[in-house]
Design a protein around this ligand. Structure first.
Ligand SMILES: Nc1ncnc2c1ncn2[C@@H]1O[C@H](COP(=O)(O)OP(=O)(O)OP(=O)(O)O)[C@@H](O)[C@H]1O
Length: 254
């Protein structure tokens, strides 16, 4: 049996006396794209914060490529091959697109920003930044300051930053939030392209994005994964319909 890229085993998280994640289990195989959906407040962001090491789990286990990452700090988990994006912009507004990417590459190599000036000549960081620039299709904007990009371009750059270090497990938090339909369609194509051969876990509210991109959908309700299956099976799952997809709101079943 092959080792899963990411595995959550009976993960629990409490804040004070409130248990927010209540025994969540999830397996994401290598090369698989998994969307985590669920109503507001279900615990999706909390789950991401646990996986990326921002919060400690209360009990259970989280494994990356077969090794436990429970208790590790975010940068340690990042260096083991897991990279996450944030809903809130994580860009350096006064640096160019290229410089933002090179910063991300250098950070993942273990350098600090204060060494920036001395690292101008580092060819490996330059080459990797160039490669990512091409992957995200932003060569023409390479010199543009991140702060003046359009919103959709900023989100594309964030995706570039997330993949810059070469992580093989990518976590994307609402990558199309706030986008128009055409921007969102372009973002889906970009995500599909940059995650080929990698494992993707994304939290996303837009069901057309979820059903268009995911190989597998995990449904989180009140801190529990109530179903994890192919899009077709999730669409026809009665428990999911009752708990989530059938309930209108901003979520539209595709
Ligand atoms: N640091 C914290 N301390 C206390 N409670 C928290 C903390 N972080 C999250 N919570 C609570 O955990 C619950 C789940 O929140 P979370 O943001 O993970 O849900 P979500 O599924 O991502 O929601 P949304 O779809 O609205 O973004 C909420 O009731 C929230 O108030």
């Amino acid at each position: 049996m092959t080792t899963a890229a990411l595995e959550l085993k009976d993960v629990r998280k409490s804040f004070g006396r409130s248990e927010i994640i209540r025994g969540a289990s999830l397996t994401v195989q290598k090369g698989e794209r998994c969307a985590v959906i669920g109503p507001n407040g279900a615990g999706k962001s909390t789950l991401f914060n646990l996986v990326s090491g921002r919060f400690d789990i209360t009990s259970g286990a989280i494994c990356l490529n077969g090794n436990s990452i429970s208790g590790l700090r975010p940068f340690e988990i990042n260096r083991l091959g897991l990279s996450r994006s944030f809903q809130i912009s994580n860009l350096f507004d006064k640096l160019s697109v290229y410089e933002n990417l090179r910063c991300a590459v250098l950070w993942s190599l273990g350098y600090q920003y204060s060494f920036w000036q001395r690292l101008n000549g580092l060819r490996d960081a330059h080459e990797r930044a160039e490669e990512v620039l091409e992957q995200i299709g932003m060569q023409r904007q390479r010199k543009v300051l991140a702060g003046v990009l359009t919103y959709a371009e900023q989100r594309a750059l964030e995706i570039g930053i997330t993949i810059a270090g070469g992580a093989d497990v990518i976590l994307l938090d609402e990558p199309t939030a706030g986008m128009s339909r055409s921007e969102s369609d372009a973002a889906v194509e970009l995500i599909r392209k940059v995650t080929v051969g990698k494992s993707l876990v994304m939290v996303e509210h837009d069901m057309s994005v979820v059903f268009g991109l995911a190989d597998k959908i995990a449904v989180l309700v009140y801190g529990e994964v109530i179903a994890c299956d192919t899009p077709a099976n999730i669409r026809s799952n009665a428990a999911v319909q009752a708990a989530y997809l059938g309930h209108g709101g901003s979520e539209e079943a595709a």
